[in-house]
Design a protein around this ligand. Structure first.
Ligand code: GUN
Ligand code: ZN
Length: 432
């Protein structure tokens, strides 16, 4: 039996602050005790000496213990070209991305990058992510091996791409299906690993490949599907040319059977009401990637349209590294707030932290396991330091309420605020 404990302020959600008063859906324990056993959370409650007896809890004053962050969309091979200058989506893919991704034919390179990538996620407090590998099966092998060794709960998949990319990055409908099936059968539910069938986006897959992807996904209940949707105006026009029978971009994915629970679509910027309604009805999730959308000049995600109370769509946050410019979900929240402001809306701190934790877990159909600090959940959690920088320390002296403190964290916080990261009860990152 492996039991340990943490003491400090504890924050977690029991409901959705987009629709409920934070007082009814957010639990905050000023001086709390969280006990972990065998990788799971055993109990969460106010600190009591008697309950902590014999456990010698790790004590984190001036900090907030919350669930590990969830990143619903990013690309591990793009870690080597994050921050590439000057282009919008299609030129950016051709100029930088498709060049970098060719390096992942080399399993040694893939292993090295996977190690750096996972360490960077944990340093930033992200304990679960939905990850794109490259077209090479060995890139997914390298990623799952590294994640498996860390025991992190990750969703990932080999990218499917059989047209409109350099020859060296193409599979075929047949080989992509077979390679993905082998990977899925090996890695899906292997420990904490989960597989996502990953057609990159409509322009780089033939109709045959999209059909094969849907078949594979259907044949393996519980597996995931991830792709990109409506990110960039040029992309929209291209999809219109390639699939003239579909008026809307989303119809392409719908027609091939690629929409449903456990499917997650990155970006979702240029959408109509019918698209939101289809997401709602199908149970598919949108992933909001604001640092990427600003960096690539793609547009503004309509978060509050997506989360409209009469037909709320599930939404996760994504960094979309390397289109996105940071691994930090705190920095991503900062840009999500600004994006909402540009549309005249306001993302409050409770909504922000919900999206980063429980909301992300709900979008990825994992809310019964991660995203909350509750008995029985997997013990993936982080310690956010309220005195991480001189600016934060000074600024927070003037923040009176929990809402204010959390908002300062999501506005000026970054990887420096992540004092410690725990995965399945084990400390895997310590800042100091
Ligand atoms: N659309 C298709 N591929 C990509 C990618 O790698 N990054 C982003 N941001 N959008 C995409
Ligand atoms: Zn992406």
């Amino acid at each position: 039996m492996n039991r340990s404990a943490l003491r400090g302020s504890i924050l977690t959600f029991t409901g959705d602050p987009f629709f409920e008063d934070p007082r009814d859906c957010c639990t905050f324990i000023e001086d709390g005790l969280l006990i972990m056993k065998d990788g799971l959370i055993e109990s969460v409650g106010p600190y009591e000496e008697r309950a902590a007896e014999g456990l010698d809890p790790a004590y984190y004053p001036q900090a907030i213990i919350c669930p590990g962050f969830i990143d619903g969309h990013l690309h591990f091979p793009q870690i080597q070209m994050i921050g590439a200058y000057g282009e919008q989506l299609i030129e950016w893919l051709n100029t930088y991305t498709f060049v970098a991704e060719q390096d992942y034919a080399d399993p040694g390179h893939a292993r090295r990058a996977a190690g750096v990538f996972l360490a960077e996620l944990l340093r930033n407090g992200t304990t679960t992510a939905a990850v794109y590998c490259t077209v090479h099966p060995q890139s997914a092998e390298a990623f799952f091996e590294a994640s498996s060794a860390l025991n992190t709960r990750m969703i990932a998949g080999k990218v499917l791409m059989d047209r409109n990319a350099p020859e060296a990055l193409l599979d075929t409908a047949e080989s992509g299906y077979e390679d993905s099936r082998r990977l899925l059968e090996k890695w899906h539910r292997h420990g904490r690993q989960l597989y996502a069938v990953t057609p990159r986006f409509a322009p780089t897959s033939s109709p045959e490949q999209l059909r094969a992807a849907a078949r594979l996904w259907r044949e393996h209940p519980g597996s995931y599907l991830q792709s990109h949707l409506s990110e960039n105006r040029g992309e929209l026009a291209w999809v219109q040319e390639l699939f003239p029978e579909s008026r809307r971009y989303l119809e392409v994915y719908e027609k091939f059977g690629l929409l449903g629970p456990r499917s997650a679509y990155g970006h979702c910027i240029h959408l109509e009401e019918e698209d939101f309604a289809d997401f709602r009805q199908s149970g598919a999730a949108m992933v909001h990637c604001p640092t990427s959308n600003l960096f690539l000049g793609s547009g503004f995600f309509k978060l509050f349209e997506a989360r409209r109370q009469d037909r709320p769509v599930k939404v996760a946050l994504g960094t979309d590294v390397g289109g996105g410019t940071s691994f930090s979900i705190l920095r991503t929240l900062n840009e999500a707030y600004k994006t909402a402001r540009m549309l005249g809306a306001r993302l409050n701190a409770f909504q922000g932290f919900y999206l980063a934790t429980r909301g992300g877990a709900e979008a990825l159909d994992l809310a019964d396991r991660i995203g909350s600090l509750a008995p029985g959940c997997e013990a993936d959690l982080i310690v956010l330091d309220l005195k991480a920088t001189p600016l934060m320390e000074f600024r927070l002296d003037f923040a009176k309420t929990l809402a204010e403190k959390l908002f300062v964290l999501m506005t000026i916080g970054d990887d420096r605020a992540v004092k410690a990261t725990y995965v399945a009860g084990k400390k895997v990152h310590s800042r100091d």
